[in-house]
Design a protein around this ligand. Structure first.
Ligand SMILES: O=C(CO)[C@H](O)[C@H](O)COP(=O)(O)O
Length: 209
């Protein structure tokens, strides 16, 4: 069954912990967003793992260089999964995968900015990454005509383990799951909801239905 990942794009450790405490019963993976890690440093990763040792903690590092080094510091801080950009040199992704093997952890490749996501997803899967995040970032989502359906169709086509991130909500999550996603990522649909726990619960139920 697909896992549910909450993307926490808030800006303080306190707010992130508060949100995680509400939604943890319904999610499998807790993602610390890139702006949050940049604002607070990796101590937010440590704080989250300490608070939720039973959850997978996903550090959205969006690494673009020094793959082994950045993965290493995130794993040491408590991350179970880290992201490396799909647009970067293969060596950066392979370096992060080597660090992951050393720590018994995993790497996810983020496809923001990748021109041919299906082709790149197949390439990087061969490097030993956990899954590929078919992802439209917040800026891309804001452009006119954006639809998560494109990512969902690419996941179906790629035939590799993938997640979908970028506007996943109660209306679209069933299509994400039906396409065979390993993970459905929801940020704004949870942290932007009036009742984040209810929103996470509804998304989890939609996955399980
Ligand atoms: O990684 C991100 C941005 O770079 C977001 O966390 C991810 O896109 C989730 O987006 P949404 O809020 O639309 O669910």
């Amino acid at each position: 069954m697909a896992k549910l990942q909450v993307a926490i794009d808030l800006l303080t450790t306190e707010a992130a912990l508060e949100l995680a405490a509400k939604v943890a019963p319904y999610v499998d993976i807790i993602e610390l967003g890139t702006p949050l890690i940049k604002a607070e440093g990796l101590k937010v990763v440590t704080a989250m793992k300490n608070a939720h040792p039973d959850k997978l903690v996903f550090a959205d590092m969006k690494t673009a260089d020094t793959g082994a080094l950045e993965a290493e510091i995130a794993f040491k801080a408590g991350a179970d999964l880290v992201t490396v950009m799909g647009t970067v040199d293969d060596a950066t992704i392979k370096g992060a995968v080597e660090a992951a093997k050393k720590h018994g952890k995993q790497v996810v490749v983020d496809t923001i900015g990748v021109k041919d996501r299906v082709k790149r997803a197949k390439e990087v899967t061969a490097f030993g990454v956990a899954f590929v995040e078919l992802h439209a970032g917040l800026d891309e989502q804001a452009l006119p005509g954006y639809s998560v359906a494109t990512l969902i169709n690419e996941g179906r086509e790629a035939q590799v383990p993938f997640s979908v991130a970028g506007g996943v909500n109660l209306q679209t999550i069933k299509d994400v799951v039906a396409a065979g996603a390993t993970v459905a990522v929801a940020g704004g649909a949870i942290y932007g909801a009036e009742d984040p726990a209810e929103a996470a619960k509804a998304l989890k139920e939609a996955i399980e239905a």
